[in-house]
Write a protein of this length. Sequence first.
Length: 349
Amino acid sequence: MRHIPKTETAAYGIDIGKKVFHVVALDGTGTPIQKLKFGRDTLLAFFAKAPASLVGMEACPGSQWLARKLIEIGHDARIIPGRFVKAYVKSNKTDTVDAAAIAEAVTRPTMRFVQVRTQEQVDLQALHRIRDKMIRNRTGLMNQARAFCLEYGLAMRVGASGFRTDIRRHLDAPDNDLTAAMRLLLRDLLDDLDHLEKRIGALDRTIEATARSNEAAVRLMSIPGIGALGATALLAAAGDGLQFRKARDMAAWLGLVPAEHSTGGRQRLLGISKRGNGYVRRLIIHGARSCRLHLNREGHAIGRWLSVLEARTHHNRAIVALANKITRIAGAVLTRPGQLYMRTKGAAA
């Protein structure tokens, strides 16, 4: 093989490409000692011969696969969020400079890393992303059909159920201003909507079946506000949750804590940071909103806590605070095998 790994290497940085991978090796002092370029077919062969080392890469499509392969070989592979690497990029941007920055960043003791996901997590996350995209497409089709009808003086009620009822009523009414061409186009849009509904329903059934068969998901669903969608989305994004030092860190990771901009000894807290996975955060907040409306306040410690909170703050703030608490409970449940949410015991912290 043309490239021979150096035994004094302490860390590698890999800049991932579709076909070409740039690698920079550092010694124990952080000095670059090797700069290499590989094709996809030769990269793993090189690392199979290299001594076990710390290997860093930027979070991007393909990084999860490569990290799993390197861990199987025996390396300590870590994935770094791209914004944390940017500070280490010096001078002009090239693939080799990026690889050197990744190698430097991965050695920092305070660096934060993305969890290396299992194949099961990747599959589950793909289900959720496809479902989310189909729901956005469904909403877009409905809004487009509404706009078309408004051009003919026909308005429809808010909501999906109202839309389906009203558009069929408009299509069946012969005395409105809809032209034959527009009626045909709207019927085609309805066919597209029906197809999307079937696909979304099939994905929902798959996700629900996965949730029922997964022990961790069943435990998560014991928490108020978390159903099959929320439980499986959390598992896909957070795994076993052991990457968090404490449950509060999971809430911060999802962006459910205040952003801070403090200086001069004066603390200034802003709205929630909205960091991390926006899809999971949205599911948790929707679950918290459902809890506010339907939770038995007297039968749950968390319900009594919510009643006290709502008495002194706006309900939207109370919903976000409840989402934060649900996430912290989920973090505790995930990291304690066999643990369920205790509905009535104790007081909510």
